[in-house]
Design a binder for this molecule. Structure first.
Ligand SMILES: Cc1ncc(C[n+]2csc(CCOP(=O)(O)OP(=O)(O)O)c2C)c(N)n1
Ligand SMILES: [Mg+2]
Length: 369
């Protein structure tokens, strides 16, 4: 363990204490003042995007959406430890990683039901989102292995939840990575629940990180609500996957401990399986005030700068929503993303729809009757 991140009372590495003060003897990672402020702005941008997305869904302007609030630090911290050309494989809740890579209206369009958003993600070196739990982990192992064999030094960072660790795909992906030195970075966003199933009922292991022991590589726990500790831990894992001392590339399992304040998705009611007291306990460790206290202490933030950041973030999200909603999908796009090459059956369906459109017009076809 490096000297510059410390174990918390529950054993996860932490750099900032719950009040945003750097813990005794901890060294702040070597990030410029500009980057530290950018991280704060991104935490706030991800939180604001999230609030707006939940509101849009409630107004019928967005489809089912998985809220992020409480989990921003893990994505912002880990994505800053990657290079822009490193691959990220997301589950579905990792909006903070997308914020760091550069948000565009396409991302909101995805959650509004348009597949173009998923296609756009690849331009940010992020894989299309993966709703089938854990099925992207073997892909991450395969990508990391292929990169190693081809002498490509790009790292593959794969995000997944605590629930995903109960899937067979998790075991297969990590076992293969350990045996074949496939240097993937397995990043578990342990938000304490898989929908309504609490972490204690998910696994009898004391921690998720310790599962890495069984696969023969390092597992590390980190306070996932401390953006700087997450950055530090991810950076060390990236080094092992790209440029390790001694030259042997190895995978790592990171378990980032965090909490989702909101519902699993906008279709869920969390009051059925947890109480407000528990949520309030975790809110005390919220990454935004912690990062804010840290930056104020270093004279990198004051009330004026915070107001300016909030104003800029509000305008940015308002513009993105306006652009996302202006999108007019072509019904022909329905057939675009299922196969790389159109099959005879898909061609037939496309032609059938074209014919209907010509005869009746889109308005009549789309009327909700
Ligand atoms: C293979 C598979 N089984 C079940 C589901 C239904 N499902 C959707 S989300 C979810 C829970 C996932 O929990 P976790 O991995 O902890 O991620 P979180 O939602 O907490 O971010 C489940 C079981 C699914 N999408 N895919
Ligand atoms: Mg979870």
């Amino acid at each position: 363990m490096a000297d510059d991140a410390h174990a918390t009372r529950d054993g996860a590495r932490q750099l900032l204490d719950d009040d945003g003060q750097v813990r005794a003897d901890a060294t702040v990672p070597d990030l410029s003042d500009e980057t530290l402020v950018a991280m704060y702005r991104e935490l706030k941008l991800a939180r604001h995007l999230d609030e707006r997305a939940v509101s849009l869904q409630r107004q019928g302007r967005m489809g089912t959406y998985p809220p992020l609030a409480g989990q921003e630090a893990a994505q912002v911290g880990s994505t800053h430890a990657l290079r822009d050309d490193d691959w990220i494989l997301d589950q579905y809740r990792e909006h903070g990683a997308v914020v760091v890579r550069g948000l565009e209206p396409e991302y909101l369009r995805y959650w509004m039901g348009h597949e173009v958003g998923n296609e756009w993600l690849t331009s940010r070196n992020i894989f299309p989102l993966n709703i089938s739990i854990a099925s992207h982990l073997p892909h991450a192992t395969g990508m990391a292995w292929a990169a190693r064999l081809q002498g490509d030094d790009r790292v593959v960072c794969c995000h997944f939840g605590d629930g995903a660790t109960s899937e067979g795909d998790f075991h297969e992906a990590l076992n293969f990575a350990g045996v074949f030195d496939a240097p993937a970075l397995f990043f578990c966003n342990n938000n304490q629940y898989a929908i309504s199933v609490p972490r204690e009922e998910q696994t009898a292991s004391a921690t998720i990180a310790q599962k890495a022991d069984a696969y023969g590589f390092e597992g590390v726990r980190v306070d996932g609500m401390d953006p700087l500790a997450v950055y530090q831990v991810t950076k060390e894992a990236v080094e092992k996957a790209r440029d390790p001392e001694g030259g042997e590339l190895r995978p790592t399992l990171v378990e980032a401990e965090m909490y989702r304040y909101g519902a699993h998705t906008t279709a869920d009611d969390p009051t059925r399986y947890r109480d407000d007291e528990e949520v309030d306990r975790w809110r005390k460790r919220d990454p935004i005030p912690r990062m804010e206290a840290f930056l104020r202490d270093r004279d990198l933030l004051d009330d004026g700068r915070i107001d300016a950041i909030e104003e800029r973030n509000r305008e940015r999200i308002a513009d993105l929503i306006e652009a996302a909603e202006a999108y007019e999908p072509d019904l022909d796009d329905w057939f675009e993303h299922a196969y790389a090459e159109e099959t005879p059956r898909v061609r037939e369906a496309r032609e059938y729809l074209r014919d209907l459109r010509e005869r009746h017009g889109d308005d009549a076809l789309l009327r909700d009757e």
